[in-house]
Design a protein around this ligand. Structure first.
Ligand code: SR1
Length: 320
């Protein structure tokens, strides 16, 4: 949509600084998130100061403290854990710095929260699993507790098992570190060997799904075990659409779009404009069949083919 206002002076003049303080950086999801945030910051004449803690919670808290000390005009904090970020978030709020928290509980009602619809992400992937299996499945589950999006997806999985007595969990694995996919692949291999009855893997994070896919391929189980995941990237599309890939469905947003929404939300907060307390980005179910049918090989083609992955009306900035 065309702009309906001229930019406020602070944006037109330049010099606004927004800190994007991430806990995680490795993996496709986080690279796309930052790329989208950088694009939107440029479009809004904002300088984006990106820091990543590489999974180190103390460093995450420290980076957040530094953004407060440097008097950023707004802070976007993502992932990590409530207990490590909340003290510094409180300092930012006390210093009247607007904060947007993505995928982490800020513990303060002054903060704008941004999330993907995680219950829907899990619901869509599990809906595909149910449709493919007729509701009878032996499922290897990949999960790490403590990350807000994974905890919400876990709530849906817990309810799904109650609602579908034909679905049994054979084992639970999971790790998040600098090489999540490789670590999950090792765990998945062992779990699949220990539980040969497994027919499906529920792996609601693309690094988990990539790891599970690798394990299934290495064990030659492609015809028998299918993967239901979350997230999407160009690399993921390559894995999903590869011949005989067991990764048959993923529920995803476009992470670059989420990065853009985060920066727009920060811009609106800087300008003192109205913004819902909670901004939620809806996901889209992407099945292997649909990706292959539409000959999609990268995220650019994906976003053209699934225009609902763009959400320009979420945190719309009227001067952009
Ligand atoms: C470790 S948390 C990983 C998740 O964060 C984002 O919500 C992505 O969707 C990813 O699955």
């Amino acid at each position: 949509p065309a702009p309906t206002e001229t930019a406020p002076a602070a944006f037109a003049d330049g010099g606004l600084r927004v800190a994007l303080v991430s806990q995680l950086s490795s993996g496709d999801y986080f690279q796309q998130l930052v790329a989208g945030a950088e694009d939107e910051a440029k479009a809004l004449n904002i300088e984006l100061d990106v820091s990543s803690a590489g999974g180190d919670n103390d460093k995450h808290a420290l980076n957040l403290e530094q953004a407060v000390a440097k008097k950023a005009d707004a802070i976007i904090v993502d992932h990590g854990f409530a207990e490590t970020i909340q003290p510094a978030v409180k300092k930012a709020v006390d210093a009247k710095i607007p904060v947007v928290a993505f995928d982490v509980d800020p513990g303060d009602s002054e903060v704008t929260t941004l999330d993907q619809d995680d219950h829907e992400i899990a619901g869509q992937a599990l809906g595909a699993l149910k449709q493919d299996t007729g509701g009878t499945a032996e499922v290897l589950y990949v999960y790490v507790a403590g990350f807000e999006p994974l905890d919400r997806r876990n709530e849906t999985w817990t309810q799904f098992k109650k609602d579908n007595p034909g679905v049994t969990q054979t084992a639970q694995i999971g790790v998040v570190n600098g090489s999540t996919a490789a670590a999950v692949a090792d765990q998945a291999k062992a779990a699949l060997q220990a539980h040969p009855e497994t027919t499906s893997v529920f792996a609601p994070y693309d690094e988990f799904a990539k790891g599970a896919t690798l394990a299934i391929n290495e064990l030659g189980l492609q015809g028998k075990v299918k993967v239901y995941g979350a997230d999407i990237s160009t690399a993921d599309i390559g894995v999903i659409t590869a011949p005989d890939s067991p990764w048959v469905a993923t529920s995803a947003t476009d992470p670059a779009n989420v990065g853009r929404v985060a920066v727009r939300a920060a811009a609106l907060r800087i300008a003192g404009r109205d913004l819902p307390k909670s901004v939620v980005v809806p996901p889209t179910l992407l099945t292997r069949d649909r990706l292959v049918e539409r000959k999609i090989t990268n995220v650019q083609q994906l976003t053209e083919s699934f225009p609902e992955l763009a959400t320009p009306d979420l945190a719309r900035v009227p001067w952009k």
